[in-house]
Ligand binder design. Structure first.
Ligand code: ASP
Length: 585
């Protein structure tokens, strides 16, 4: 028997028992004639004690152990004199009587402790060692708990988990596909699914009624902290439902996860906000509602006083940062640099402080009389000690988005984005289409299978940009954790949609013929959504990057540095796949 207990199990009640433990040597300390070793496994850390006075040979053997050696020990549980309140096993230690080395280890490239000396690259290269660290392992444990709770919740509601294929054709979710060449079909390629969207809709046509799948999806996009080329969705679909039904089931699931995973009881309904209001007041379709600082439009108040930047603007708006009037010149310059960064792209930043006596002192005082500034102050409801920050631009949406970035930055700087506070929100009534300036055509905002709101269908031809969709996103703390829609289930309307999206009937037939056909055999009304599991786990774990909750993630260039992929393949493999590599300069 390798062990009677794990390294996280022993408590004061075990004192005097004989136990056997197995695990890794995390660190050892020699103090006088005593040697102390922290023995670690997945469950915790237990202190081992070797005493020279009792057994010299055993103690010498212990002194020869290196970091990460795998050992087995037998001994007696004893009460510690210096208790360690940071450890669950901190009341006890093992007086070792037998030591057996199960395996040795070369010196690890970084220390395997909560705060390690290993940089990001090194930890990724030796991810199997990184995963021995408590904090990383805890994230994966949380992930396990979440998927377990998702399955149990959905199973109780009659959802079936069905696997859909990974080698498929292109799914139009708006990102680039990863493709796989087919050996048996020269010159042809599979695409990896961006999501199982079409399959889950077909399962509804098949009468499955309630489907879910915890599934890997693939999108060949530029990577960011919240994006990986392969990521996991909790993908769901239901038949005979409208938007309210879907929202009810999945709000329920979210509350269940909050309760079972984070111990947070949410009793009230999640608030809802229309996409329009969300853009107007927060400049974003995923507003972080942990704090206020709403965008206030100032066109009526600030235009027409000879300040050409504002006079020529299509939008002037600002936010009010409570209590931030004490910002120094240096801090304000840094904020100006922040909004001018190419990723944000504002031209400049106007600021105004509300002084202790209520007067407003701004960076554009020479254009505005105090009376106008007071009006502006009133628009924000600002009070003494507040700081008003204003942006303007020739494009309303763009400027609102810039203000949104500034708002989040101020939220960070003022400590308003507490990771242990959660605010949930449904954003609803998304537009069906989004105008693509580059391609000069409408694109589906969600995807081409999303249904328009019945009351807006008459606008499909005359004013497509004004048509709203039966689409909804769930947003937690400014993170879009999930989104979905009620689908089109009528082949006529689906055809119309393809036409509006610029598909010729031939191309629509070629790409989606099977779906249009399926819709001719009695497709039920259906709808659903998908959650981004990685994002949600990182939210619950308080992580800045989704990488930390993925066992073996890719780096920012999409590489797995541990197994060194992607990599070249043998010439013979290329030939078999009918591929020739042409290297571009
Ligand atoms: N397939 C969609 C997505 O990946 C979600 C959905 O509409 O259910 O965003």
């Amino acid at each position: 028997m390798f062990r009677t207990h794990t390294c996280g199990e022993l408590r004061i009640s075990h004192v005097s028992s004989q136990v056997t433990l197995s695990g890794w040597v995390q660190r050892s300390r020699k103090m006088g004639g005593m040697t102390f070793i922290d023995l670690r496994d997945r469950y915790g850390i237990t202190q081992l004690v070797f005493n020279e006075e009792i057994d010299v040979a055993l103690c010498e053997q212990a002194n020869r152990l290196g970091r990460e050696y795998v050992i087995q020990v037998e001994g007696t549980v004893s009460e510690r004199i210096n208790k360690n309140t940071n450890l669950l096993t901190g009341d006890v230690e093992i007086i070792v009587s037998k030591l057996h080395v199960l395996n040795i280890s070369i010196t690890p490239p970084f220390t395997i402790e909560d705060s390690t000396d290993g940089g990001d690259d090194l930890r990724m290269k030796y991810r199997y060692l990184d995963l021995r660290r408590n904090i990383v392992r805890a994230n994966l444990e949380l992930r396990h708990k979440m998927t377990f709770e998702v399955r149990s919740y959905l199973d109780k509601l009659g959802f079936f988990e069905v696997e859909t294929p990974v080698l498929i054709g292109s799914t139009p979710e708006g990102a680039r596909d990863f493709v796989v060449p087919s050996r048996m079909n020269p010159g042809q390629f599979y695409a990896l699914p961006q999501s199982p969207q079409i399959f889950k809709q077909l399962l509804m046509v098949s009468g499955f009624d309630r489907y879910f799948q915890i599934v890997k999806c693939f999108r060949d996009e530029d990577l960011r902290a919240d994006r990986q080329p392969e990521f996991t969705q909790i993908d769901c679909e239901m038949s005979f439902v409208d938007q309210e039904d879907v929202i009810a089931v999945f709000e329920g699931m979210s509350k269940h996860l909050f309760k079972s995973v984070r111990g947070i009881e949410i009793t009230e309904s999640f608030p809802r906000m229309s996409w329009r209001d969300s853009m107007k007041y927060y400049g974003s379709d995923k507003p972080d509602l942990r704090f206020g600082m709403k965008l206030v439009e100032l066109m009526d108040i600030m235009k027409g006083y000879g300040f050409s930047v504002f006079d020529n603007a299509a939008y002037i708006g600002g936010i009010c940062a409570e209590g931030a009037a004490s910002y120094t010149r240096k801090q304000l310059d840094a904020l100006t640099d922040f909004v001018k960064r190419p990723q944000i792209g504002a031209q400049g930043l106007v600021y105004a402080r509300v002084e202790a006596d209520g007067t407003v002192k701004s960076s554009v005082d020479k254009f505005y009389a105090q009376e106008v500034l007071q009006q502006m102050k009133g628009a924000f409801g600002a009070k003494a000690g507040d700081l008003i920050l204003i942006l303007s631009g020739d494009n309303t949406m763009k400027t609102r988005k810039q203000l949104s970035e500034l708002r989040l930055e101020m939220g960070n700087q003022l400590g308003l984005r507490d990771k242990n506070k959660f605010t949930c929100l449904w954003v609803i009534d998304f537009p069906l289409f989004e105008w693509d300036e580059e391609q000069r055509r409408f694109m589906a905002m969600h995807h081409p299978f999303t249904s328009p709101k019945p009351e807006d269908i008459h606008l499909l031809d005359s004013d497509p940009g004004a048509v709203r969709a039966n689409a909804y996103d769930m947003v937690i703390n400014g993170v879009e954790v999930g989104g979905g829609s009620i689908r089109i289930h009528d082949s006529g309307l689906q055809n119309k949609m393809f036409e509006l999206l610029g598909f010729t009937p031939e191309r629509a037939q070629e790409q989606f013929g099977f779906l249009m056909n399926a819709f001719k055999y009695g497709a039920p009304p259906h709808g659903g959504l998908a959650y981004g599991l990685d994002r949600w786990v990182s939210l619950f774990a308080g992580l800045d990057s989704i990488r930390d909750c993925i066992a073996f993630p890719k780096n920012n260039s999409g590489r797995d540095v541990m197994i060194d992929a992607p990599s070249t393949i043998e010439a013979s493999q290329l030939e078999e796949l009918h591929l020739i590599i042409t290297t571009k300069e």
